[in-house]
Design a protein around this ligand. Sequence first.
Ligand code: HEC
Length: 220
Amino acid sequence: MSKKKKPSQPASSALSERVGSGLDRIDFLDEHAEPRADGHPIPMFLFILILMVMYASDMHLMANRGAFDARIYAPYSNEDELANDKPVDPVAEKRKQGKKVYESACVACHQSSGSGLPGQFPPLAGSDWVQTDGANRVIRIVLSGAQGPITVSGMAFNNLMPPVGASLSDTNIADVLTYVRSEWGNKAPAVTPEQVKAVRTEIKDRGPWTPEELLKVPLK
Ligand code: HEC
């Protein structure tokens, strides 16, 4: 390359002088620099050794990670700690237990869909007897049964429900009612074993309720 052309401007400017001399030096290097032969690349064996050490440490870590689980990180150090801190939904648990009770104590008459059987067993799904704010009446029905003309969702029934709850624990009854009151689109608050216990103590042993009697029982 012949870039030896000096700036055409008057050489009195300090800048153009510097530029000029710079170009000269580049030309000089281009023409005369020799290839350097004294470089020291990393020896290949060292390179391979480092790779092997990295591989071995990784294998060691994978084999000896103990109880570490990639899905568990600070502030937890193991699965139990994490499980203990997970929020549990108490109502979901009661509903789960309640479904079991329902399937053994109520399903034969009221059916798994809660729809009952026309003319024989009234529906629990959508029932006004079930979806009350307080649970005073439904607890009584389950504990002692019901008998006599009853209207549920506009349909008339006149049959007998035995005292299925007499042999169930307070917790079982609370759970099954919590389930029935929140299943099939029903919306009513959960029932506690304490509520059941209070009613059981109050009514003692007695025969099935007539719907008429039940309507006189305050809801709360
Ligand atoms: C042997 C059949 C039978 C079983 C088992 C039974 N019931 Fe009933 N249930 C009836 C009948 C029949 C009536 C209506 C009684 C009447 O005609 O006065 C009724 C009425 C009801 C009512 C009020 C009306 C309504 O439909 O809302 C509720 C609430 C109820 N049952 C809940 C339950 C629950 C909860 C269980 C299980 C713990 C249960 N029953 C088990 C037959 C049964």
